[in-house]
Each structure stands twice: as structure tokens, then as C-alpha cells.
Design a protein around this ligand. Structure first.
Ligand code: 8IG
Length: 268
């Protein structure tokens, strides 16, 4: 059996390769763009450089259309360096929880102290039409796994930074908050699973974010989570779910997501 590389050492390697290729000394913050978010991020800030994730240690090429695979460095109006990850690895790709959080660990190893995790997801609140952004106040990890191995007793009491949430609300006061439930995927939930998520206190269902937040909190990063509700969760509308409506809802939400991201970048 071949020995697995240490995930933290691999992230440190990826971090030095990343900062070197981007021509920056370190990162101040990182943003992970989920389904529906890439278009909204185009042209935000002064681009310092762009790197293909596949060229960095420990990353693999993305598998889903609409999930990009680059990291782009921006300089914010305040002069901070922010890395935008245009794609992420999902647990359903079968590469394990360490691969899922490799981007987050890489950003942390490159010096990023703040992390914005975005995603596209299903919503349980009927008031959230397709294209509604919702702040994540907390999460429920239903994946049955974790990126942490061994006695790493990370505190998750304030996993999603109250300060960063207040900051986002300052940018867009109309934002609602919700509890994000991460499922393994790739199948969407059954209506019974959606009802279960609601009984448990969840209001957003998706296939990312919670594991990344766990790794980010372990690394000491402050996390802001923002979901884009692209569809009512299974069983809530008369319709069935498909990936096309995800792309479509993202397109419609672009102006609001764009000003949200740009406002956040100004203060990040
Ligand atoms: I976009 O309804 C998107 N991603 N689990 N459920 C889950 N993931 C999603 C959904 C959804 N919509």
C-alpha cells in the first residue's frame, strides 16, 4: 500500500506554489464560488493573476459543468489580496474529505484569515424563490464524514462568524439567514429527506460548505457562508429538480450577487 501524503503538508506545498505563480507574498482572504456564482464575480477588483487548480499540488480537474477550476487573485479597494476559487471538489466525486477541503487548507496555508464560502442549494423556506441569496447562520453535517482525523476537537459554536454576517447584512440588509444541511449527494434529496432536514432545524440543503467550514475553523479562519437558493428543495414545489435550473437561477441572480460580492470585497 502506498502511503497517503499528509494533507496539511500538501496544502503548504500548494500554498507556496500558488503564491509564487500569482506573484503575491501572501493571501489575506479567499472566496469559494459555488454553482451560480462565477458570472457574478467576473471583473470584480483588479486581477493580479490566475492559476489553473490542476497545476497545483493536490488538486484535480473539475468534473461538473459550471464548476470552474481556477484560482484568481484580486486586489481589493482596501489593498488586500483575495483569492477567488472558481470551483471546488465535492464529496460525491469520491476523492474523500481531505480533497474536498484542500482548497481551504491551501488558502489558510497561504495566509488567508477570512474565507467566504458560497454555494447553490435547495431552499426549505417557500419565501425564498430561485435566485435568493441567504446567509448561513449554522450548519448540520449529514455527510457522515469529516476532514479531521484524530483528536482535533475544533469548537464550532460560532462556525459562521457573527462579525462577518453583520458585515454582509450591512452590504445587503434584505438578506435572510438559514441553517445549511450538507448531504453527501450527488442525488438530490427525497421529499422525506427534505422534511427530515426541516425537522432537524435546517432550511437550506446542499452538497458542500459544511466540511470546508470545519477545516477552515480548524485552521483558525473566520468564515462567511452565503447560499444561493436555486430551487425549492425536493417535494416543496410540484416540480422535479434538474441542473439546468441551477444555472438559470444563477443567471437571474447575477446583479444582486454581484453587488453583494463587491460590497463584501470592499470591506474584507
Ligand atoms: I444547486 O436541492 C442545488 N444543489 N442537496 N439539494 C442539494 N443540493 C443542491 C440542491 C438541492 N440544489
Amino acid at each position: 500500500m502506498t502511503e497517503q501524503p499528509d494533507p496539511y503538508a500538501l496544502a503548504a506545498e500548494a500554498a507556496s506554489s500558488l503564491t509564487q505563480r500569482l506573484g503575491v507574498e501572501k493571501l489575506d482572504a479567499a472566496i469559494v464560488l459555488g454553482s451560480g456564482w462565477s458570472t457574478a464575480s467576473a471583473g470584480l477588483g483588479e486581477t493580479l493573476g490566475e492559476v489553473s487548480l490542476a497545476d497545483l499540488p493536490g488538486f484535480a480537474a473539475p468534473v461538473v459543468a459550471g464548476h470552474g477550476g481556477t484560482v484568481r487573485a484580486l486586489r481589493t479597494p482596501a489593498g488586500r489580496v483575495v483569492a477567488l476559487f472558481t470551483g471546488r471538489t465535492h464529496l460525491y466525486e469520491g476523492r474523500g474529505a481531505h480533497a474536498v477541503v484542500h482548497g481551504v487548507r491551501t488558502a489558510a496555508a497561504a495566509g488567508a484569515g477570512r474565507l467566504v464560502l458560497t454555494n447553490g442549494c435547495g431552499g426549505l423556506n417557500p419565501a425564498w424563490g430561485p435566485g435568493t441569496p441567504v446567509l448561513i447562520s449554522d450548519h448540520i453535517n449529514l455527510t457522515g464524514t469529516t476532514p479531521l482525523v484524530g483528536p482535533r476537537f475544533v469548537d464550532l459554536t460560532q462556525a459562521y462568524s457573527p462579525d462577518l454576517r453583520a458585515l454582509a447584512l450591512g452590504v445587503d440588509p434584505g438578506l435572510d439567514e438559514g441553517v445549511y444541511v450538507q448531504f453527501h449527494g450527488p442525488a438530490y434529496e427525497t421529499p422525506a429527506e427534505v422534511r427530515m432536514a426541516g425537522v432537524l432545524g435546517g432550511s437550506l440543503v446542499g452538497m458542500s460548505t459544511a466540511l470546508e467550514t470545519i477545516a477552515a475553523r480548524e485552521a483558525g479562519m473566520d468564515v462567511l457562508g452565503i447560499s444561493l437558493v436555486t430551487n425549492p428543495a425536493a417535494g416543496l414545489s410540484g416540480e422535479t429538480l434538474n441542473h439546468a435550473e441551477v444555472i438559470e437561477a444563477g443567471t437571474r441572480a447575477v446583479p444582486r450577487l454581484r453587488s453583494l460580492l463587491s460590497g463584501i470585497l470592499e470591506v474584507l
